[in-house]
Design a binder for this molecule. Sequence first.
Ligand SMILES: [Zn+2]
Length: 414
Amino acid sequence: MNQNLDRLLAGLAERGERVVELQSALTACKALGPDNGGRGELDKVRRITDWLTACGVRDLRRMDAPDNRVPDGLRPNLIARLSGTTSRTLWLFGHTDVVPPGDSAAWASDPWQVRREGDWLYGRGVEDNQQAIVSMLLLAEELRRQNLTPALGLGLVFMADEESGSDYGLAHVLEQAPELFRPDDLYIVPDAGSPRGDLIEVAEKSQLWLKVRTTGAQCHASTPHKGRNAFLAGADMVLACHQGLYETFPQEDPLFKPSRSTFVPSKHDANVPSVNILPGSDVFYVDCRLLPEVSQEAVLAKAREIAARVAQRYGVEISVDVEHAQAASAAPADSPVVLALEQAVERVYGVQPRPVGIGGATVAALLRRKGLPAAVWACIQNTCHQPDERASVSAACKDAQVFAHILMQRDAHA
Ligand SMILES: [Zn+2]
């Protein structure tokens, strides 16, 4: 068995040029979802299917979600399986959709064409989430090339729609085929991590997005005494809310990074079209990420209490509503997948990884909510969604080696 693992690891170490090839082809697919003004993920999934077929992976299953906003009318989800010698499966998840490049002037080169500088590849999607897709493909290709049957079965899930909520992606797959995923299988989502590979994400804060609407009375800006300025009251509310929520919920949990709940005034809706109008309406949003012990109801109640105070001061009305909410999720830090990852990461990267909680959200939350203990891990630079997003060629090979370790160990994590 160890001999096979050594052969597999050696093979994966040699696959750098293949990483460049795969990253270049995947990036050129421009897989934007309809929420981001794109045509969807189908081209990309066809490519992935061709590669898997070419290397001899036969067990391929599509689980598409209908979506008439894209030309093909569907959002593709692809599941590939390679059998192992035991009945357990190591599941790896990669999302095929990407976010828009944003201001293209901020990029040093065309975001849709991979640029290579030494070990670095630049392009939209190379890190988020193509590094995962590439290491999943490398692993499948190398197993087939060497004709190896690993201890665990390998399940590869290529999902659509992760950047816009996963309704057409993993949520759809879990709804269509819950029987695929078993509680004693291992689940890894390589969609967050650190540059040294030393963080394993096992918990996510809850999300609460608040919409704060201030209603006053519009008038000409030259006669402010005739109106009630909703923008001004709203601005006071931004500051009062920011300070009040941080003061009321100061709890800390060292598992999480950042260790406190966060309350961030973020989006602001446009108000009046002209400078000489005193605005009668103002809408802004607060992105709250709460430690598991902080209740969403308590935060909402506190925000409303603050709103009532500010409203009274300015003679306006302020409503606070929930725009979006998602529960916190966690996998036990001593679950088999976390222990297996710790061991494998230490062997491949030479670091001792530790479990952490984050404020961001990954599809691991969807798995955990179904009772499936999922860990989130990758060795990445955290340049996702930025201009000049980058990923390392060697990290794609090494991440695949980490997964290979786990896949080939029959007993280490039963
Ligand atoms: Zn991602």
